[in-house]
Design a binder for this molecule. Structure first.
Ligand code: HEM
Length: 410
């Protein structure tokens, strides 16, 4: 890892810059804070101050469906029609009053009070996962824990019966793969898979919604169905946004957990400090989330021409907020490239969950999951360390950063 040198190229998706983006972030923040990147046809915004302002700027819309449409044009008009129909109803893609209406009616399941009632279920799920691997003394953390825990927890929140959870989890993967394709991915295959998964998932959820109308529970889906019955959400919106929760809450949390474990294991003095004082867990987690965000960048679309730091942003152009670059802005974080669990500012100022109206609705859930997972991992697997027989395998795009495999032992 060579984070000191200035990059020779400013292509954010070159293999070198994807693998170690810190020199690029620094260069852009210092010399070109609003930068047009030809290879990805997008503006890149890297300063903390500009990203915060951008998230609040009504000239930048969250409706990115046009970019999905553009991406799939060459694949034929019907290739992803089911998927496109669903994402148009998701709050993620809405602005203004439409966004507020959807979010307000989905939010009751995500208040601190409501989420605290799920803590025992998260803990139980994590304990079950750990019991399976404990006698083995080694595992691929991604395969056994990071990838497993989030969909099981979301399924629990939505009240999905245990026997359906395997299918449920399998539907979320093609959505993540399609939204952030690997450089060598075959888009035709991904499009086919995402469309098929969306249709199956939608049909399944329609039946569950019907069931919840008859027999409501205390789960998040029942709360959304109650808003539907009050005429505040349509049935399509309930289903589309339940799909969004699975999609948005799965690989993000998977990657964040793997990133956090990796950073702690590769900074033994920080792990030691945490072990010495478990009360530091909350702030340790915030530093992990600042330091290695699972979502390094998030996009918007300009809905009018305007100027930003002297650059002319044209209506219809794509603007990418590089959250991971903003999280290393020295104007906000002292010694930003230092992983430091005693840092105060990380707790309030990192942008890894976004900012403004679309700030992650699941951040409270993610934090509870991650806290419980880290606590139990380091408590139950004493001597947890990287398994040197296996090289960690990263995956990274501008939108998602995590590990495909991370072998550990204890
Ligand atoms: C560590 C894990 C997570 C990370 C890093 C993360 C990151 C983000 C970010 C950066 C945004 C802002 C998107 C934007 O501005 O366009 C966002 C929004 C969102 N997240 Fe998360 N997220 C995580 C976990 C979750 C979980 C567990 C859920 C739900 C179960 C979830 C559901 C959502 C939803 C529905 C939105 C859209 C909110 C809106 O449009 O108002 N996320 N997330």
């Amino acid at each position: 890892m060579s984070s000191a040198a200035a990059p020779s190229d400013l292509n954010p998706v070159s293999p070198e810059n994807l693998s170690d983006p810190l020199p690029l972030y620094r260069e852009l923040r210092e010399r070109a804070p609003v930068y047009w990147s030809e290879p990805i046809h997008s503006w890149l915004v890297t300063r903390h101050e500009d990203v915060v302002a951008g998230f609040r700027d009504p000239r930048l819309s969250a409706n990115r469906t046009v970019f999905f449409e553009h991406q799939v044009q060459s694949l034929g008009p019907d290739s992803v029609s089911a998927f496109m129909r669903v994402i148009r109803d998701q709050m993620f893609m809405k602005d203004g009053s439409e966004h507020i209406r959807l979010r307000r009616n989905i939010n009751p399941g995500f208040t601190a009070q409501s989420l605290d009632t799920w803590r025992p279920a998260i803990r139980r799920t994590m304990e079950q996962l750990l019991e399976r691997v404990m006698p083995r003394g080694r595992m691929d953390l991604v395969k056994e824990i990071s990838y497993e825990l989030p969909p099981l927890v979301i399924a629990e929140l939505l009240g999905i019966p245990a026997e359906d959870r395997e299918r449920f989890r399998a539907w979320s993967k093609p959505m993540a793969d399609f939204s952030s394709p690997a450089p060598d991915a075959d888009m035709r295959v991904l499009a086919h898979e995402v469309n098929r998964a969306t249709m199956a998932f939608r049909e399944y959820l329609m039946a569950v919604v019907e069931e919840r109308r008859r027999a409501p529970g205390r789960d998040v889906l029942s709360q959304m169905v109650s808003a539907e019955e009050d005429g505040k959400l349509s049935t399509e919106e309930v289903v589309a946004n339940a799909i969004l929760l699975v999609f948005a809450g799965h690989t993000t949390t998977t990657d964040q957990l793997s990133n956090a474990v990796y950073d702690l294991l590769t900074h033994p003095e920080q792990l030691q400090a945490l072990r010495g004082n478990p009360a530091l867990l909350g702030q340790t987690l915030e530093e992990c989330i600042r330091f290695s965000p699972a979502v390094p960048g998030i996009g918007r679309v300009a809905v009018e021409d305007f100027e930003l730091r002297g650059q002319k942003i044209r209506k219809g152009s794509h603007v990418m907020f590089l959250l991971a670059a903003a999280n290393r802005d020295p104007e906000v974080f002292s010694q930003p490239d230092r992983f430091d669990i005693s840092r105060d500012s990380a707790q309030t100022r990192h942008l890894s969950f976004g900012f403004g109206p679309h700030q992650c609705i699941g951040s409270g859930l993610a934090r509870r999951e991650l806290e419980i997972a880290l606590e139990l991992l380091f408590q139950r697997l004493p001597g947890l360390r990287l398994d040197e027989a296996h090289t960690p395998v990263r995956h990274h795009s501008l939108a998602f950063r995590g590990f495909s495999s991370l072998h550990v032992r204890w």
